[in-house]
Design a protein. Structure first.
Length: 156
């Protein structure tokens, strides 16, 4: 009788381990697919291209500068359908850093627009190296940037 229980326990243990491996594998695959979509998105490609053409970044990190996986558990990373604020880990032949990227788009059909880029060199400093200027469609008839912030107007 005890040999039957031992055999049953072995089968249950094998089934549990197999199920756990399948769940972990599917979760890893899902994460890989999600990150692949991000790597292929406009904000990721454009921001990496910009940092690779930024002389101080190349001086500190070397060339090519490659981006690594974004950590979704990091509370500083915010990804929505129309707004992005993420930390992209960077690696170059001469060092590592972090690229802070802010980007927006009006709808899912629109292209991502990089609004701001900051770079942090590990064992170095952190600074902003790109800020988007107001685009012509964002300017009012006076040629100044359009704002919809009525709260600020009411405070004056």
């Amino acid at each position: 009788m005890s040999s039957v229980f031992n055999e049953l326990n072995q089968k249950l243990a094998l089934l549990s381990v197999t199920g756990l491996a399948a769940i972990l594998g599917l979760n890893s695959f899902r994460g890989f697919i999600h990150h692949k979509k991000i790597r292929e998105s406009g904000f990721y490609k454009d921001s990496l291209e910009m940092v690779n053409h930024y002389p101080p970044a190349v001086e500190h990190l070397g060339k090519p500068i490659k981006g690594h996986r974004i950590t979704y558990a990091d509370p500083e990373n915010k990804l929505t359908d129309t707004d992005i604020c993420v930390k992209v880990p960077l690696h170059g032949p001469e060092g590592d850093g972090i690229l802070y990227t802010w980007a927006t788009r009006k709808s899912m059909k629109d292209k991502w627009i990089i609004d701001r880029l900051d770079i942090k060199i590990l064992n170095g400093g952190k600074w902003t190296f790109y800020v988007k200027e107001a685009q012509p469609e964002e300017l009012n008839e006076n040629g100044t940037e359009e704002t919809n912030n009525t709260e600020d107007k009411n405070k004056i």
